[in-house]
Design a binder for this molecule. Structure first.
Ligand code: ME8
Length: 648
């Protein structure tokens, strides 16, 4: 039977509570890379992204801005759509959970699950923090108070609908066991299995404490829990209960891509909902790591975000996409820095790829009047280059299939490096001096053009404008809209006689010293858009706002090791445990404390201070101490508060 060549891939639908940052851009670009790769393989791709617009948080944010929730999200969503256009995201659809096509599906599903007994009415009991409008469980409270704002909480009961999750747990475990690829990577899979095995509580699937949501059709006091609402977007977008043909054509999804923060929703709640609806489960739920900034995960609520639109304006869409796709090692977290971005552009793109192209174009222009010559007899060095091209093609394809995005880029670059080395090995400038070596020179030029052709095809899902830009210089691609992935797997497709033409560098080198950093730019931008706010706050400079204070990430840290720094009589090197993490901090307290006095003590750490090297040791934060005259005392805790706890 012929394989059904349809491929349905999704990103999470993002909260339009604020503008998106490069974390969101990472997922969307990575999914776009797969969508483009699959299209080049001849699949009919449906690439879905969108926005998750309901819920208490968005209602509250809009209210704080003095806006209607729907006007507020309209503005943010417009910006998100523009961002995806700027980043050349090739999504086939953009779903908003406020659209009628989605709301209808949510209501019908809720009704069905209620009628078949999976959903039932009961009491939700929890600790409620009125200022935060949030329920917490007993375990979440800190000293019996709200874990977010430390204020009093009250025990409240709320009538809610619940979904009986435990009923489906054995089936889900069996599905995971029988489909080892269902949850990727494996570390997440194990985490999910353990979570399910520890027992699934009934899931509260409705709320009565706010209105900004989809009403439960048979009880208008309730709105549907925002995660049930949101997950159903994957069905409503492709016509579930509305266009049966379209729905059956695309469902089940091949890949749901996201970061690890929301994998539980996708690997537990989502498949259980689908089982209850008698629908097949998606093929793969894949969770990548987080893009971090010094000081922690980049997130809207922390405010430590980098705007991808600004980066694209500065470095170009291909370069920013390239950086993102290469950034995260499969399943792991990675740190963003603008220096790293620039260094990748300069070394991988300007030096390795850009130079390979410009040197080849220059040599073909000089030695063969700008027309790619036909190759002659192959030598062993040529065979080695050809073999690398074939291996790289297979490896890059495999890595993309497995959603190992960084692995795919690293693999593709191997061909670029091999081709650069081939120039050094074959020394075309020497061949050009000897008329008898003209045929050999022709072979070398042809092989270089061929390597470039293959490398550019392989990199094109990550960098969508590269085919067109390279084609202007080395016209071997013909009609670029018809280039297929397969063509990268075949050596010798480059038509001899194709013209080359020197143009501006594919990726100009960037001098970081001449640039402002993005953080500066964003700061300027923030001030530019908020002039009224600044004016109304007045020039009261002796105070800082609670937001200023909240930017400091103060944490309890336990000293697990400590030593004197050699040849520095004031400095101690402390090894700290901060929750699950370990840090090294260099502190100028050696005159006041011996290392032994500090081991086992709990201190206060400013955790999001920019890391800096002190006498060659990277110090990741600062411990707090009081000083008066000659005296100095490090702040320590008496009670047994766990390390990692916040200080406020
Ligand atoms: O969770 N690094 O929306 P959201 C990498 N509406 N990826 C990141 C990231 C970071 N620092 N920050 C965000 C929601 N992301 C729900 C989803 S789906 C039915 C509902 C990406 O706006 C990553 O894909 O908080 C993460 O899973 C997602 O944005 C969370 O987006």
């Amino acid at each position: 039977m012929q394989e059904k060549k349809v491929f349905y891939i999704t990103t999470p639908i993002y909260y339009p509570s604020d503008n998106l940052h490069i974390g969101h851009a990472y997922t969307t670009v990575a999914a776009d890379c797969i969508a483009r790769f699959k299209r080049m393989q001849g699949y009919e791709v449906y690439y879905l992204t969108g926005t998750d617009e309901h819920g208490q948080k968005i209602e509250k944010t809009a209210r704080e801005k003095g806006m209607d929730a729907s006007d507020y999200v309209d503005g943010i969503v417009k910006g998100i759509r523009e961002l995806w256009e700027t980043m050349l995201i090739s999504n086939n659809d953009f779903i908003r959970t406020t659209e009628p096509r989605h709301k209808e599906v949510v209501q019908k599903v809720f009704q069905r699950l209620f009628e078949q007994g999976d959903i039932f009415l009961s009491q939700y009991e929890g600790w409620y923090c009125t200022p935060c409008e949030t329920f917490f469980t007993q375990r979440q409270l800190i000293d019996g108070k709200c874990p977010d704002c430390a204020r009093e909480v009250e025990l409240l009961k709320e009538e809610s609908y619940f979904f009986n999750m435990a009923k489906y747990a054995p089936r889900l475990l069996e599905h995971i066991a029988q489909n080892p690829d269902f949850i990727q990577p494996e570390s997440r899979r194990n985490e999910i299995i353990n979570f399910i095995k520890s027992g699934l509580d009934d899931l509260c699937v409705s709320r009565t404490t706010f209105n900004w949501g989809i009403k439960v059709p048979f009880n208008e006091k309730h709105v549907v829990y925002v995660w049930v609402d949101a997950l159903l977007n994957y069905l409503s977008a492709i016509g579930y209960l509305a266009d049966e043909e379209k729905f059956n054509h695309y469902w089940p999804a091949n890949v749901h891509l996201m970061a690890k923060d929301i994998v539980r929703f996708h690997a537990i709640i989502w498949p259980i909902l689908l089982m209850a609806l008698d629908l097949p489960l998606p093929q793969k739920v894949c969770a990548h790591g987080w893009i971090m900034l010094e000081g922690g995960k980049m997130s809207k609520s922390k405010g430590n975000v980098v705007d991808p639109g600004i980066l694209v304006g500065r470095y170009g869409v291909d370069a920013v996409r390239y950086y993102l796709v290469k950034e995260l090692t499969f399943g792991q977290d990675g740190y963003y820095s603008e220096e790293m971005l620039v260094s990748r552009i300069n070394s991988d793109l300007a030096n390795d790829l850009g130079n390979l192209l410009s040197r080849t174009v220059a040599m073909i222009t000089r030695y063969f009047e700008g027309a790619i010559p036909a190759p002659g007899v192959l030598e062993s060095v040529d065979n080695d280059l050809m073999k690398t091209a074939q291996l790289v093609y297979r490896d890059a394809s495999e890595k993309l299939e497995k959603l190992d995005f960084a692995g795919y880029i690293i693999s593709s670059l191997k061909l670029v490096s091999r081709a650069n080395k081939y120039i050094d090995e074959t020394e075309p400038w020497l061949l050009a001096k000897d008329e008898n070596k003209k045929e050999r020179l022709a072979t070398v030029m042809y092989n270089l053009a061929e390597s470039i052709r293959i490398a550019i095809i392989l990199l094109s899902p990550a960098m969508p404008t590269i085919l067109e830009r390279a084609n202007r210089q080395i016209g071997v691609f013909g009609d670029i809209s018809r280039v297929t992935w397969d063509e990268a797997g075949q050596w010798g497709l480059c038509p001899a006689g194709s013209k080359v033409k020197k143009e501006a560098a594919l990726f100009p080198r960037i001098d970081l010293k001449t640039l402002e950093t993005t953080e500066n730019v964003q700061q300027d931008k923030k001030e530019a858009v908020k002039p009224e706010l600044k004016a109304s706050e007045g020039p009261d400079e002796k105070y800082i706002s609670i937001d200023d204070f909240a930017r400091m990430d103060l944490r309890i840290a336990e000293v697990i090791a400590c030593e004197k720094m050699e040849k520095a009589d004031k400095l101690l090197i402390l090894r700290l445990k901060v929750g699950a993490e370990e840090r090294t901090v260099v502190s100028g307290i050696a005159k006041h404390y011996s290392p032994q006095e500090l081991i086992g003590k709990k201190l206060v750490l400013l955790a999001n201070l920019k890391p800096t090297k002190l006498r060659g040791v990277m110090s990741q934060g600062m411990i707090l101490a009081a000083s008066g005259g000659e005296e100095l005392e490090v702040l320590m805790l008496d009670k047994d508060i766990p390390s990692g706890s916040q200080v406020r």
